[in-house]
Design a binder for this molecule. Structure first.
Ligand code: TRP
Length: 333
């Protein structure tokens, strides 16, 4: 069975965009591949953060993934596998300064930091982030990495690092990981359909995957349908987004009949919103219940994930043992 690896930063909440864009696909891949999914807390140290909050968010994300149907044995917490950092150092020595300066996400994040504070601190960690990501991938000899298009450049870097390492040490050791881009719906902010659904924009810009039914319904009811900048004869971004949600939730019949209404010029936004609210709450309600069930015994779940992380760590340790041998480290011979 081929290996699949992907990781997510512990950001605090999981929203519909994250679910349809990534997690739903991760759940499905478990049937076909040997999957490993990391909650990457080392990565979250690259931007300003709070220690207590990081620890809390890391466990929160673990619970969210499990509630969505990720199998516990496939999940690890990155800092429980410190070998990632050791490999990252070693790979950093086969990565050039120049190629890291070309990473667009590094530029975006530095801009973002400078926007909040012009004297802000840009850490070596933020610069080296893509090397740690390469280590996450290569340490498990991943064949496929399901990611969004925004991670394409980082994936290419991982392949270049693998190739250079193999060349430098004259061994075909690391395999070249391939991205797995799947067609995923693009979910927009209900409050501003010109932007992607996102946590960083603020609370009204995302629908929580574990949200209370009342709030979710209200958010959909008040979703922006007309932004005033839609060319005549085109469907506005807000209405498109509502249709997209309906389809993503698998309510195809409602989608088709409402689309027919739209084409006939008879669509009532209130009817569309009602259907979307039913579809979304139909998805979200069971997730919320599953989460509550898991949270009823937090200790048991945490112990389970500590154990799965320890199992996954054995694979990482095996890789490091081989890499140390190849690179001339730790040997008293
Ligand atoms: N950089 C990814 C993101 O921001 C998260 C990530 C870290 C990742 N390590 C990874 C994704 C390894 C895939 C594989 O979304």
């Amino acid at each position: 069975m081929k290996n699949v690896l992907s990781c997510i930063q512990p950001t605090g909440d999981l929203h519909l965009g994250n679910y349809f864009g990534a997690v739903q696909n991760w759940v499905r891949l478990q049937d076909e591949y040997n999957c490993t999914y990391g909650v990457v807390d080392y990565h979250s140290m690259t931007m300003p953060y709070n220690a207590a909050q990081l620890r809390e968010n890391t466990w929160k994300m673990v619970f969210y993934l499990l509630a969505c149907g990720i199998k516990p044995e496939n999940v690890f917490v990155q800092s429980l596998v410190p070998e990632h950092v050791e490999l990252s150092w070693i790979l950093g020595c086969t990565t050039s300064y120049g190629e890291l300066t070309r990473m667009t996400q590094f530029k975006d994040k530095t801009d973002q930091l400078r926007e909040t504070d012009k004297d802000s601190f840009v850490s070596l960690g933020l610069f080296a982030y893509p090397v740690l990501q390469a280590a996450d991938i290569l340490i498990y000899h991943a064949d496929y990495v399901p990611v969004g298009k925004d991670q394409e450049q980082h994936l290419e870097l991982s392949r270049n690092i693998a190739q250079r390492f193999n060349h430098q040490f004259g061994k075909d050791y690391f395999i070249h990981p391939e991205p797995l881009f799947t067609e995923t719906p693009k979910i927009l902010s209900p409050a501003d359909p010109n932007r992607k659904m996102s946590k960083s924009l603020g609370e009204k810009h995302y629908i929580n995957l574990f949200g209370e039914e009342d709030r979710v319904r209200k958010q959909i009811k008040s979703a922006v349908t007309d932004t005033g900048d839609t060319p005549a004869g085109e469907m506005s971004a807000g209405v498109q987004n509502l249709f997209e949600l309906l389809r993503a939730c698998g309510h195809t019949d409602a989608y088709n009949s409402l689309m027919a209404d739209y084409t006939a010029g008879e669509l009532k936004y209130s009817a569309l919103k009602e259907e979307v609210a039913n579809a979304v709450t139909g998805l979200v309600n069971p997730f919320r219940e599953k989460l509550a069930a898991l949270q009823a015994d937090k200790k048991a779940v945490k112990e389970q994930i500590q154990a799965s992380s320890a199992e996954i760590r054995k694979r990482a340790q095996k890789t490091l043992k081989e890499v140390r041998e190849i690179t001339g480290l730790g040997s008293l011979r």
